[in-house]
Design a protein around this ligand. Structure first.
Ligand code: GLU
Length: 479
């Protein structure tokens, strides 16, 4: 490897809430860059238009800043290898794909979606592995050019080697190899002119002079494709380093079904950013000497890739709570007061609440007791009649589990969208309004007499509502 400077990046896709896995990978890249006096870069991989969410990029950057991370180059701070948003680099990607076509290393494929479906269907019927049958691989390139010029829609595919193996060295795992026969002729450029993840990722890592690609383990299976792309372009490969995936306590891949994964949740729930970073630093890495409490500078001073172990780190709320408690105990009075005042009793929440709560109060002193659920995380469900008459616990669990999915899919967390979502769900279930809305109210607020339901949900916020729906589901399962 002959990069003269350590340059690492994270490349999040803005498809939803900022994910705790993004923060984890960001921390390790950040520390690695600092350790080697290199650069840490953020590149936004927003070329998958179907999954794109406009607010997501801002939330990701905001959450990483909340954690105390900073970057040398990125969409917000610029840098000399920009733009740092892939959607603004489409021409660069397309030009690179066409370079490979001209050199005979990639080809235009004119197969329609219907043809591809049919091929797959036939392969399935014959019990074969499904994949592209390379129908267009040997088309005459001049014909291809003519058809494209006549306006026929096409994708560009990479010609994968038909025999042999592709190998790469992973800094943590040693040599990884894959039989080339298992690789499909990878699409590089889609028919809408957008690059696929693989093309954009490799072209941008190369042009941004990335020396080490440190990313989550789930990308290992993409790496052979990337290696073949580096080879096709004749470019030097970065060092690959696939970090272990964070896991739920049952060892499955971390997922919001079993663990809150949104950084916004942890912020809302009052986990201190320095505690969360510290906790992420314990995922797959240890400081040594049984030290569990350390800050980023201390982590940097000891950091070495060799210290990363691969045994699936468990992201465990109990341990995180313990660590957060250690940090809370050490807060100065001033910071403690500021956090409770600005974060727990956030002025914008109080203002939003005022119109709904003020008529139910005679004295200010009643405020906390009557409205505690706006500020809590978990609610005590013991004694709360979560299962209305005529329904079973199983009905409630099924209803809540559907609702949590539906609310997760809501693009905007506002009155109109939440209301429409609840109304449609209730109708689809065929529940009486009273049963449905009272159940949602009890789950979300823990009480029968809360302010208007949808308005309350807006204020409580997506993260805490989601958390309570899941928590109530677990509670009802045990009834
Ligand atoms: N866009 C990918 C993601 O969302 C980036 C993977 C990589 O780092 O190469 O995680």
């Amino acid at each position: 490897m002959s990069f003269d400077r350590v340059r690492v990046r994270i490349a999040p896709s803005p498809t939803g809430d900022p994910h705790v896995g993004t923060a984890y990978v960001a921390l390790f890249n950040y520390v690695f860059a600092r350790k080697h006096g290199g650069d840490f870069i953020i590149r936004i991989e927003d070329t998958d238009q179907s999954r794109y969410r406009a607010s997501s990029e801002d939330m990701i950057l905001r959450s990483l800043k909340w954690l105390g991370l900073s970057w040398d180059e990125g969409p917000d701070v610029g840098g000399k290898y920009g733009p740092y948003r892939q959607s603004e680099r489409r021409e660069i990607h397309a030009a690179h794909a066409m370079q490979l076509v001209e050199r005979g290393l990639a080809y235009r494929c004119f197969c329609t979606a219907e043809r591809l479906d049919k091929v797959r269907q036939e392969q399935r019927e014959k019990g074969q592995t499904t994949g592209y049958d390379r129908h267009c691989r040997d088309l005459n390139p001049a014909d291809g050019e003519r058809r494209a010029a006549a306006g026929e829609s096409f994708v560009v595919r990479l010609k994968m080697p038909l025999v042999g193996v592709t190998k790469f060295d992973d800094a943590l795992r040693g040599t990884v190899e894959i039989d080339n026969q298992r690789l499909d002729d990878q699409v590089l450029l889609k028919s809408d002119g957008y690059p696929t993840y693989h093309l954009a990722n490799v072209v941008d890592d190369h042009l941004m002079k990335i020396s080490h690609v440190m990313r989550a383990e789930e990308w290992i299976s993409s790496t052979p494709k990337h290696v073949l792309l580096y080879e096709a372009f004749g470019w030097e490969k970065p060092v690959f380093c696939h970090l272990p995936l964070l896991r739920n306590p049952d060892h499955s891949k971390i997922s919001k079904r079993k663990n809150p994964t949104s950084l916004l949740y942890y912020e809302r729930a009052g986990v201190l950013p320095e505690a969360l970073l510290n906790y992420l630093g314990l995922m797959g890495w240890s400081f040594g000497d049984n030290v569990e409490i350390f800050n980023v500078e201390q982590m940097t001073s000891r950091f070495d890739l060799k210290g990363i172990h691969l045994g699936g780190p468990i992201f465990d709320q109990t341990k995180l709570n313990w660590l957060n408690n250690q940090y809370l105990q050490k807060l100065s009075d001033d910071r403690f007061v500021a956090l409770i005042r600005d974060q727990v009793f956030a002025p914008d929440v109080l203002k939003a609440l005022r119109p709904y709560v003020v008529e139910r109060m005679d004295r200010l002193e009643q405020f906390v007791d009557k409205n505690s659920f706006f500020f809590n995380g978990a609610l005590p469900y013991a004694g709360v009649p979560l299962v209305p008459q005529g329904k079973t616990a199983a009905d409630i669990v099924a209803m809540l589990s559907e609702l949590v999915e539906k609310l997760d899919d809501l693009y905007d967390w506002d009155f109109e969208h939440i209301k429409a979502c609840l109304d449609a769900h209730r109708e689809a279930l065929g529940w009486k309004p009273k049963d449905y809305f009272m159940t949602v109210r009890l789950v979300a607020t823990g009480r029968k007499d809360s302010p208007p339901l949808v308005e309350s949900l807006v204020i409580i916020g997506r993260e805490i509502v989601r958390f309570r729906l899941r928590d109530a589901m677990e509670f009802v399962k045990k009834l």
